[in-house]
Design a protein around this ligand. Sequence first.
Ligand code: ADP
Length: 252
Amino acid sequence: MSTDPLIEVRGLRKAFGDNEVLRGIDLTVPEGSATTLLGPSGSGKTTVLRSLNVLETPDAGVVRIGDASVDFGERADARTRREEVRALRARSGMVFQSHHLFPHKTVLQNLLEGPVQVQRRDVDSATADARALLEQVGLAGREDAYPAQLSGGQQQRVGIARALALKPQVVLLDEPTSALDPELVGEVLAVIRDLAAQGWTLVVVTHEIRFARDVADQVLFLDQGVIAERGGPEVLTDPREERTRQFLSRVL
Ligand code: ADP
């Protein structure tokens, strides 16, 4: 059996104009583990996450998820690159800060869009899977509701179910609770905790330090486009680096 990590990133670089946002990121994520990306605002966390799904195109570096990999520093003809990117994207499901649900579609229709329209899966089996996912995120019985009829926390839980409906190898979550009213944060974090407990591979950008300490197998602390510190959850209680210490003292 292979013991390769599920995700491997080497030498990831990205600039927006003169702004060098990622300055050589290396990371690995073992299958079935939860990784949290923490660090000050603007340190590059979201750009790392979006690069895994090629929502941002890195300037250089290799991103591999499972058996799909793209070397962004290497020239490729447009068609080959498009095919590589499509394969890499298919390995992950993304949960955004605000849920991006289709407002004119029901919850169930939102969940079926990717599996049926994009993945061409059979409607009956995709529907059965979607109902099971809604139950898993605590929304059984709400499949005919429209997003506007749900609370922000419920909408975000649909957003999580929608990412899972694609049967990805990894779920990428970009500050999944930061757009929510404080009283709705807990229900969404509870669903993510459940996913971690069930063995989903997760990469989460978050400011929720306590949540990170609870679920993270790996903590990556970013500062100015580099990983300044990495380790297990003990990084959050006993950081070695001054930059991490300062960040934690500001947010805790
Ligand atoms: P974080 O998630 O740690 O807050 P980001 O990855 O969102 O950081 O952003 C890192 C830096 O990149 C910031 O300075 C931000 O302004 C810049 N940036 C992010 N996305 C874009 C973009 N699409 N165009 C220009 N600059 C961007």
